[in-house]
Structure formats: structure tokens, C-alpha cells
Design a protein around this ligand. Sequence first.
Ligand code: SF4
Length: 461
Amino acid sequence: MQQVKGIKPSILYYVAKAAWEGNLTERKDEIFQLLENEFKDKVSRRYVANQIRIAMGLNPHDSDQILDSDDEEALMGIASEPVIVTNTAACDLCPNSSHECGNDCAAGAIGRDAKGKIIIDYDKCLGEGACITMCSLGAFAEKSQFVPLINILRQRTFPVYASVAPAFVGQFGPEVTAGKLRSALIALGFTDMTETALFADLITMKEAFEFDEKVINAEDFLLTSCCCPVWIKLIENKYPELVKHISPAVSPMIASGRVLKAFYPTAKVVFIGPCIAKKSEALLPDLNDAIDFVLTFQELAAIIEAAGINLAEAKDDENATASWAGRVYAHTGGVSSAVEETLARLIPYRTQKFNPVKADGIPDCQKLLNQINSGEVTANFIEGMACKGGCVGGPGRLIPAEDGKTHVENYGNQSEIRTPVENPQIYAILTRLGNDEKLPKLTGASPMSNLLARELRNMNQ
Ligand code: SF4
């Protein structure tokens, strides 16, 4: 067997480098040749060609040709569903090909076709991407979106803003601060970078108000909608009777895109985080007005390296700061803690006290939702995160989830602002959006609330 493990970062790097140099389509054969020199047998070449296509945002097509004539057009646009695809050549290279990979998928979405090749049942797939880290040979991979993004950055056709997820701390090395990341992104051609945590502050306020409005009696409860699109998809698909309990708040990612586009209507907004499911969230019909591209930390690392930028040596140039509450969203339990402290400041004297419970990973989420249905749960604020540990455990991360959690906790504690209620940046955003009240409630049907709200499927069950 040829050694194909660990090839993904070098393919991302080569594709990004050619895209930066503006000659990706001309150089596709050269890129393939470079890799082919290391991978001489036919199956390995098919594997490599598939991985190159996936890095270009295209579906793999199981041939050792990389691009068809139609594909060159697709390269100019955004990647489409399905985001997670299979590279079945990996199975032909697998020393353990009888392994029942499907048993490792919490949603039961992985099967085999008549030829024994892995397939994904997209009706069952929840899209969190655990399969991508599960198979070390790379039988599952997420389509990248950076080729059209690099074209826009090179040509400077639009203002481009980066919204960087709170899990970024420590991912690019302990010395890489938000300010250094911001400088590096500006050097890449971004107009500016904001931390998604700032918009998590905004959403924390909305969720606190939503909780106050919806949880009045002992039997009432709110399922948080923050952060995790997989948690929402799981409820919409398998627990439609619970959809009416979901908070209508959008995720901080969507909030960041909508607010930045309200400020800069011609801008493109790029979300950068550890999450694969965010690529699908950004394409949902009721949310696709917010985010133009989603990159993982792994993809950003490849793009920065390919552009020849040294992140550690970038200038430390930090901008608007989020509170502790917005920064701790990145680990399981963070949303609950953030909303709890914010609610205590906004509405201190409530009859029904805030009583949270959290689920960590898809099996835990399913167990908790079953317990709610059988009346075993007394909590009234229910948080679910699809990845073990929360977003710090997302499949596009660069460091182990436990290390990510420690970095996030330290970074949260470094903020001089505890909750969004004390964050002047939030009031500045609200004023710029046209709010003239001291503190708008962010619920109901006001324009401010609508900007931060989403539609939910199966709402009438
Ligand atoms: Fe994405 Fe975070 Fe949910 Fe994982 S826990 S699927 S990284 S939002």
C-alpha cells in the first residue's frame, strides 16, 4: 500500500498555492504529477486525484483525470451540497477493508453499495463530519471553498470580511493572538477580521430575552439554537414535536454575516472555524443571505502557508473585543454559562430560575432529547453540541479538543468584560443598526429581532 495518510494538508497547500498564483487550472496536471511521483500505483493515483478535486470544491469522480471542462466553471463558484463526500479509493487502500465503518457513525448514515464501497445516506447524515476524523485514510472529506475565495481576494473585486470562530485560540500556535491573525488576514487581502465571539455576545442577549419570554411556568423549557446546526438538524429531522421549543435565534456565524452585510452591503463574509457543518448551514435557504464562504482552520492554515505568510511574526493588531460570555461559546456548556450570567444581569428577579443541562456529542444529544420526550428532564435551558467537547472538538480543528478548551477558557478569562450587557461594542453595533432604545428586547417581530432570527422546519408539529 502506498502511504496516503496525512496527504490532505499537502494537497490543500498545493491547490491553494496554485490558486494564489492564479493558474490553478493550467497547473492541475503539474500538481497531480508532483503528487503522482510519490504515489505510483493506480489506486493511489485515483485517491490523489479525488482529494485534489475535493480541495478544489468539486465532487470526486473516481478517475485519474482531475478536471473536466464543466468543472472549470464550477471552480469559479461556491461549493454545493453535499459538503461531505467519499473518496472510495481509500477503501481499496485500507488494510482493514472488512471494518464496519458504518457502526462508527452516530446517525447510521454510512453504508456500502453492491460493490462494497462506502456510501453516505444523505437523508440520515447530520453533517457534523465525525467520519472525516474517524477514517485516517481520508475516505470521507469535506469539499473546500477557498479556490473562488482566493480569486476574489487576488482580484480585490469585493470587500471581504472574516468572521473567526471563538475556537481559534491556540489553533495556530500559542503565540498567535487575535491581533496577529487579523494582520495576516488583511495581508491575504481581507478588508478586516472580526471575532464571531462579538456576535455570540449579541446572540447571548437575544437568547436571554427569548428565555425570559418563553419560560414562564415550571413545565416550560427552551432548546438553545445557538452555535450548532447539527443539534438543530437532529431536532428538526428526528424530534419534530420539540421544534416549537427551539429559540429562534440564529447562530453567531449567521449573525456576524447579516450584521456585517448590513454595514457593508457589497461585502463578502467568510466564516473561519473548526466546523464542517457550518458549510451546510451557510447554504440553508433561510440563512444563505449571510455567509459567502466557510473555511476550516485546517484550510486557513494551508492558505496562509501557501501565501508565504508567517503568522507568528505578524503584527499584533487587535480590534473590537468580545466579553467572556461570547468567547466561551467554543466549548460544551459555554452557551449555557453565557446566557445564565447575561440573564442574571438583564432580568435578575425571575420566578423560574435558569436551570441548564447540556449534551456533549451526538449520542448524548439523542439520549437527552429522548429523556425530554419521556418527561425525565426538569432543566429549562437545553444545550446540545454535536462534537465531543463542543466546537473545540470540531473536525476542522488543528489541535486536540482538550487543549482547545484550555485555550478558550484562558482567553475568556482574559476579557475585561464579563457579559454582553457591559460590552460597549454591542451597544455600538445596535446603534449602528438603527436602534434608538437603550437596550432593545431582540424578541418578537421588530427589524432588529428579525435580523437575528431564523425560520425553523416542522414548527407546527
Ligand atoms: Fe460544528 Fe461546533 Fe456543532 Fe461541532 S459542535 S458540529 S464544530 S457547531
